[in-house]
Design a protein around this ligand. Structure first.
Ligand SMILES: [Zn+2]
Length: 258
């Protein structure tokens, strides 16, 4: 698990990216699969989600976890107290937030969870007023400048400049392993520059950074993760490495004001 304890100490916001280890799911979902839509046993998925939430010290918020039906779209949804617990459990209860790849909340004790296997997980944080956004950016979202939209929306809702936001970019497929067709690559190059192409491969990390920069997020406020999911399929889930697999997660939560 990847997290930032300094952020938590400073403002009570918890950010976490899960890995494959420490869960109860069997192959091909072994072991900490957090997704209920990939064919895994939903009871196991719920146990895995509980373990991840607990590992982040958020066990008391387990039932208020919020997930989304991720569709590679551009919708941004704000989560309020009324949606707390939507999609918290794969095996029971209220379903996830409908079609959305960006969740935003200013509500404490409402952890947001999105799921990934190669796509780019992004958590955006506003420290004052406290707010978080979780973004799911595959190539469609990246090409549509979804990171920029999410940062702009979060800043707007908080009444701050995007230059005051923090951005955490989690484990995703890197330019070493992400070959795409020439037509698609040329679309990225014309929008984000030559820097996002390496031979016939796409650097989604660069695209996301450029997109966040366009919103006004400063480079010093961006924290990345060096691991490529495809190269480290034993550590993270990778859809390109095996199409039937699980999903790791990105979670963000505002703890109760003390
Ligand atoms: Zn790689």
């Amino acid at each position: 698990m990847l997290t930032d304890t300094h952020l938590r100490d400073r403002c009570g916001i918890v950010v976490g990216f899960s890995e494959r280890s420490g869960g109860v799911s069997l192959p091909p979902y072994a072991s900490l699969n957090l997704a209920g839509h990939v064919g895994d046993d939903p009871v196991d998925v719920d146990e895995n989600r509980s373990r991840f939430v607990e590992a982040l010290g958020l066990a008391l918020m387990r039932d208020r976890l919020v997930t989304a039906q991720q569709v590679h779209g551009e919708a941004v949804r704000e989560v309020t107290d009324a949606e707390a617990g939507f999609g918290a459990f794969a095996a029971k209860g209220q379903g996830p937030i409908a079609a959305s790849d960006v969740l935003v909340t200013l509500t404490p004790e409402t952890p947001l969870l999105m799921l990934y296997a190669d796509c780019v997980p992004i958590v955006l944080v506003c420290e004052a007023p406290r707010a978080v956004a979780v973004v799911h950016a595959g190539w469609r979202g990246a090409l549509a400048s979804l990171p920029e939209k999410a940062a702009t929306e979060l800043a707007l809702r908080c009444g701050v400049e995007a230059s005051s936001l923090l951005a955490y970019v989690g484990p995703h497929i890197h330019e070493c392993c992400y070959a795409v067709d020439r037509k698609l690559l040329s679309q990225f190059v014309s929008k984000f520059g030559n820097i996002c192409a390496v031979d016939t491969r796409l650097d989604l990390g660069v695209v996301v950074a450029r997109s966040l920069l366009a919103a006004g997020v400063i480079p010093e406020a961006m924290t990345g993760c060096d691991a490529c999911t495809f190269n480290h399929a034993e550590r993270f889930f990778s859809y390109r490495a095996s199409t039937v697999t699980g999903r790791h997660g990105a979670l963000a939560a505002i703890t109760k004001a003390e």
